[in-house]
Unconditional design. Structure first.
Lengths: 305, 342
């Protein structure tokens, strides 16, 4: 056992900070791998226990732990499965630790794969509505630009994080004409839009998505205006979770906190919401273009095979 | 050959295309030479590409090629599994698992003993050809499987509507049901492309003592309130459940939706395509506009745009049940269900 004290949370945050290209689940996997590297567990049960406790700490210490927990679960499942698969414990551990860097590259690869699938959805003269900032959506649109498709994008500013501004800036740098609108104007523009692309923090078992707040209302508007609503997400963001309503998301945001004091928009304004599967036309993932119901199929394949 | 035939539309209709593709593949495989299976798969893939490019809207062609490729891959897996190959883990897992070191040492032996493979070639060839034969059998007996379900799905004294009189499968479906049930069928006229087919379809039904009514296409909404089920013959069904069928069907499906009338889409398994309809507008072929209005009426033809689309795309939410020769699906089914065939 290693003597060094290892803080899983700070390592996770460090990974996220160092590389802006990395997603939360991948950062979680990375930090778990680093943990194993530092601690050097000597038996497989120790290894499992270590991963388990680190996963729990990580999930508890990070406020928005949905997509992170997808990464942890994936890694845990991988560990459990492989300890059964390998007779030889040493080679298993070596493999887990050595390939940390590879995971990263793979996750970036999968984003390119999604872009290649998804760019086919975009045709000349499209007006695309994009909510908030998402690396996968950006990669996809960038891919379409490289394919010399001419399209315009409406980006929502995405309060309270204002991540839409980042998206707009990055798209404009690529030469895409962008109109940045306030979130409340989505209803106004929805009839002019051809399709909607959003990213996801996590994809639930039902095929619904957890994403930056405002996604749900765009989904409802899209449905009523009969516009296709596509979710662009890597498959490592699939979470084993079955929320039925926005309240079921495990966060501490509470929209039922009332006060008569004069107060600015603060902690009680929700940051993420849940969009049920019936508002989603299709999910563009690295496994191909899936219907929402195919998500549970993929999860079952992984957990119950 | 088939390539040219497809381009000139000497063969059309998914059934014939499917059979022709099978025959062609059989000939190709019996003549092909290969050192390892990857070469064979590559050859067939190339062939598939040319065929699909010859007629991009004929999806059955691609479906058949994919199924044959699946047969080959299956066979290759089985033979190499003895050489201790780990089974493929879930695709979602690949993020982590493709770097399983175990695979590394296993990959090389496959090319290093080509001699063993050489002996197996002959075996493999006959197994694949047998596989294609089975596929042909399946395609030519497709109606049997679908027919068998018809009695369960049609009630006595029910009124059915079919907007696709050109579908042989629908015809057989109805004829089979008549053996046990008594019902009425409304047939749309399908102006302008399939009017005569609609008439002969109606004739065949009435010969079998089914009450048959031919209605004009514009009449569909008016009668829909009395219709119990709409039966649609599909040309192809996509991964999301969207269906391509004859022109006019989308409007019928829309009417059915309005009246909450169930819509059945009837299709052989070979029409189910694992691809996703990215560009719906390009799926629809446009035919001879002279059929809509005769070119002799130059006064009108000169001054108006006349189009004659041949097909329609029906979105998945307008179809309630898909009936195939093996399974009956309901709407939000996962494509993975049939992806195992490809």
């Amino acid at each position: 056992m290693g003597d060094t004290e290892f803080d899983i949370k700070s390592s996770y945050l460090k990974f996220l900070e160092e590389d802006p290209e990395i997603t939360m689940p991948i950062a979680a996997i990375e930090s778990l791998v680093t943990l194993l590297k530092v601690k050097q567990p000597s038996t497989s049960s120790e290894l499992i226990k270590l991963t388990q406790s680190a996963t729990d700490t990580l999930k508890q210490s990070i406020p928005n732990a949905i997509s992170l927990s997808a990464g942890c679960d994936l890694f845990m499942r991988f560990v459990l499965r492989n300890t059964h698969l390998y007779q030889d414990y040493e080679s298993c551990k070596r493999h887990l630790v050595e390939n940390g860097q590879l995971f990263l590259e793979r996750s970036k690869d999968s984003r390119n794969k999604i872009a290649a699938f998804g760019a086919r959805f975009i045709t000349d003269d499209d007006i695309i509505l994009v909510h908030s900032f998402s690396r996968t959506v950006f990669t996809l649109l960038n891919h379409a630009v490289e394919k010399k498709i001419r399209f315009r994008v409406i980006v929502t500013e995405a309060r309270p994080t204002f991540q839409g501004e980042i998206m707009a800036k990055m798209l404009r740098e690529q030469g895409v004409p962008v109109n940045l609108i306030v979130d409340s104007a989505v209803g106004y523009v929805i009839h002019k839009v051809d399709k909607i692309l959003v990213g996801a923090e996590g994809v639930a078992e039902s095929g619904g998505i957890i994403n930056h707040v405002g996604t749900y209302q765009i989904g409802v508007l899209a449905k009523s205006a009969n516009k296709p609503f596509y979710v662009v997400s890597e498959s490592h963001k699939f979470v084993r979770m079955f929320p039925l309503a926005p309240d079921d998301i495990p966060t501490d945001q509470n929209s039922l906190q009332f006060t008569t004091n004069d107060e600015e928009i603060g902690n009680n304004s929700p940051q993420i919401d849940f969009t049920p599967h019936e508002f989603i036309t299709a999910l563009i993932t690295d496994l191909g273009v899936l219907t929402p119901s195919a998500v549970s199929e993929e999860l079952i394949k992984m957990w119950y095979d | 050959m088939l390539n040219r035939k497809l381009k000139r539309r000497q063969i059309s209709g998914s059934y014939f295309v499917a059979l022709e593709t099978c025959q062609l593949l059989m000939r190709v495989i019996s003549a092909a030479r290969w050192n390892n299976t990857n070469q064979l798969i590559e050859q067939i893939r190339q062939l598939g590409k040319t065929l699909i490019n010859a007629q991009p809207r004929e999806f059955t062609c691609g479906n058949i090629i994919r199924r044959v490729l699946a047969i080959i891959r299956d066979e290759v897996y089985e033979t190499t599994e003895n050489e201790n190959m780990t089974p493929m883990i879930s695709s979602m897992f690949s993020l982590l698992s493709t770097n399983v070191e175990k695979k590394e040492p296993i990959a090389p032996p496959v090319p290093t003993n080509p001699r063993i493979h050489h002996n197996k070639n002959h075996d493999l060839r006959s197994i694949i050809i047998q596989g294609i034969r089975d596929l042909i059998d399946e395609i030519s007996n497709i109606d049997d499987g679908i027919e068998a379900m018809s009695v369960d799905l049609i009630h006595d004294n029910e009124i059915l509507l079919t907007p696709t009189p050109d579908s042989k499968t629908v015809l057989k479906f109805l004829l089979k049901a008549r053996q046990k049930r008594k019902f009425t069928v409304l047939v749309t006229e399908c102006f302008p492309n399939r009017t005569s087919i609609a008439h002969s379809f109606a004739k065949e039904l009435s010969d079998a003592k089914i009450d048959t009514v031919v209605i004009p296409d514009s009449h569909v909404f008016a009668v829909m309130s009395r219709v119990g089920k709409v039966i649609v013959g599909a040309r192809s069904v996509f991964a999301n459940g969207g269906t391509v069928s004859s022109a006019g069907v989308a409007a019928v499906a829309e009417c059915a939706k309005e009246h909450k009338t169930p819509v059945f889409s009837v299709a052989g398994l070979y029409k189910l395509s694992p691809t996703y309809p990215f560009d719906v507008e390009n799926l629809i072929e446009v035919g001879n506009s002279g059929k809509v209005i005769n070119f002799s009426e130059s006064n009108l033809v000169q001054h108006a745009d006349i189009t004659n689309p041949l097909f329609d795309y029906i979105p998945p939410e307008h179809i309630d049940i898909y009936i195939t020769n093996m399974y009956v699906f309901i709407h939000p089914f996962p494509v993975v269900f049939w992806a195992k065939f490809y």
